[in-house]
Design a protein. Structure first.
Length: 553
């Protein structure tokens, strides 16, 4: 019933004493389709008005906690006092009268809107751009069920005996929606599709009594929120017995409709926006965590390279020693381990297209560059561990998340980190975040960022890097810009870190297959764009040169 007229009517009656006589301090908008009016009487309050067609509301809340930036609207009304508030009968149209202005708030129709008018009724400004919004008032032929007596009901039923009772409730009485219809027929203990002609005088009298009961409940201060087992949520200004007695339904009673409405909106936003967004963030973090853990596990299996090299060399020596016992074209062979335990045979996999000597050479070459591989694996492991720590910390932050605004900011961060995919155009801030570039951690301390292409190189060097960061590039050939991010301008990395960064720059250049590559490095402030050149093309001053072997991570 959160879009029902009777809810709006009861709410306005409850908060009217707080509105009348209040001074309007500010009129603004923070969220789409929502107007905030800051009021001052005994204390400051915000009147929150939403004309969202799917979630309309208006309620009072305390004045703290409204976040910037604000978009100011209807500035003419600031400094004026509210003189009168009114709701059109059976029509979700609220009027707020000021001394020289009038606010016309319409919560219904295809284009709900808020109009600022002068004393003659001329529209001065609108909340939404649609200027038409000239929706007529509710049908004056509809009756208010609270004023209908038994004789009136009997006469209506006699006029249309072949109609269904649901038709009677919807077509003859204003503002009776599906929820109220369900409640009325539940209390009447009759099917809503039953024909009016089947109603006895006793049932008609009972229907009139139900109308009076509902009217009395609407006058009571209590309001209710019903939590369905299926996740549904209902806000009602009166008792909904058909829901309360439904299996699995929980009910929360409030002694103030304003408090109930505020709670309902927060819960509705949590169910419709917060939970899906939370789940998306949770799944993204879990997926990334699983990938990082799997990658670390694979690295762990390859970590003992010395042992693997010894085993490979042992197999190579066995193949050379027993080459006459290796059948040509075999995919594997079993040989006695004369270099270890002779009683134990070793199974050696072979390339059927190669000879025993060629297979032996393959095993000798398998871990030829063991030191370089160990170095690359160490760096890769440090990078993965740092990434896993970050994901774990983000997961802990998410578990504590309760605010929708904070969750939205958190979601935007995951988009920037490339953990959540989105169809929205790339945010300029995201394009120059740390997650826009390839990243490597050296010695568990030094962040090294690597550009992916010409445009990305420019973003890394001229938009992301600090002017005192160290910049690397292979000399004389196309390649990635590589930056060591320094925590402070006077905090310089050791020589070994500089050499590793240079080797990474060499490995990410067109000359990566060369044995030795010259790499220049300097501070970012000495790197400048070249006019009319391709993206990523730069001129450099005060550079130094290192001759290094490429390091592939």
């Amino acid at each position: 019933m959160y879009r029902n007229y009777f809810l709006f009517e009861k709410q306005l009656k409850e908060i009217a004493p707080d509105l009348i006589g209040s001074e309007i301090l500010e009129s603004c908008s923070v969220n789409r389709n929502e107007l905030l009016i800051r009021l001052k009487r005994e204390e400051e309050l915000f009147l929150k008005i939403s004309i969202d067609i799917n979630l309309p509301y208006f309620y009072l809340r305390n004045a703290h906690g409204i976040k910037q930036p604000k978009f100011r609207l209807f500035e003419q009304i600031e400094g004026t006092c509210i003189q009168k508030v009114n709701i059109q009968p059976l029509d979700k149209k609220i009027d707020i009268d000021l001394k020289t202005y009038h606010l016309d708030i319409r919560f219904y129709g295809k284009t709900p809107n808020i109009f600022l008018k002068d004393t003659t009724g001329k529209v001065l400004h609108t909340f939404k751009r649609e200027q038409n919004g000239t929706i007529g008032n509710a049908d004056s032929s509809l009756m208010d069920f609270r004023t209908v007596h038994f004789d009136d009901l009997q006469q209506i039923i006699d006029q249309e005996p072949t109609q269904k009772i649901c038709f009677l409730l919807k077509r003859r009485f204003g503002a009776i929606n599906r929820t109220l219809t369900n409640e009325i027929v539940y209390r009447l203990q009759i099917d809503k599709n039953a024909l009016l002609a089947t109603l006895s005088r006793t049932q008609i009298r009972k229907l009139a009594d139900i109308f009076r009961q509902l009217g009395a409940e609407l006058l009571a201060k209590e309001s209710y929120i019903y939590f369905g087992e299926d996740g549904s949520l209902h806000l009602a200004p009166l008792i909904l017995s058909y829901l309360a007695e439904k299996r699995g339904t929980k009910v929360k009673q409030f002694d103030s409709l304003n408090r109930a409405w505020k709670y309902f909106i927060e819960e509705k936003q949590r169910l419709t926006t917060f939970l899906p967004l939370y789940k998306q963030c949770e799944l993204a973090l879990q997926g990334r965590q699983k990938y990082l853990q799997k990658s670390l596990k694979q690295l762990q299996q390859l970590e003992d390279l010395v042992r693997l090299k010894q085993e490979a060399e042992q197999k190579g020596n066995l193949l050379l020693t027993f080459q006459n016992r290796v059948p040509r074209g075999a995919s594997q062979v079993e040989l006695e381990n004369i270099f270890g335990d002779p009683s134990r045979k070793i199974t050696i996999k072979l390339n059927p297209a190669k000879s025993a000597v060629e297979n032996a050479q393959k095993y000798f070459n398998k871990y030829k560059n063991i030191e370089e591989k160990q170095e690359a694996l160490t760096i890769r492991k440090q990078t993965l561990k740092k990434a896993l720590d970050t994901i774990t910390q983000l997961g802990e932050q998410l578990k504590k998340m309760r605010s929708l605004n904070k969750l939205r900011n958190f979601h935007r961060k995951l988009i920037a980190m490339k953990l959540v995919q989105t169809d929205r155009p790339a945010d300029k801030k995201n394009a120059t975040s740390a997650y826009s570039f390839n990243r490597i951690i050296l010695d568990n301390e030094w962040d090294v960022f690597i550009g992916k292409n010409g445009a990305n190189n420019e973003q890394l060097t001229f938009e992301f890097a600090h002017k005192w960061d160290l910049w690397f590039h292979a000399q004389g050939v196309p390649g990635s810009h590589v930056v060591i991010r320094l925590p402070r301008h006077d905090f310089h990395p050791p020589k070994g870190i500089i050499e590793q960064a240079a080797r990474i720059a060499a490995a990410n250049s067109r000359a990566k297959h060369s044995k030795t590559i010259p790499v220049i490095y300097t501070e970012v402030r000495f790197v400048h764009r070249m006019r009319k050149a391709l993206p990523g093309t730069v001129s450099v001053k005060n550079e130094k040169v290192l001759f290094v072997e490429p390091l592939f991570i």
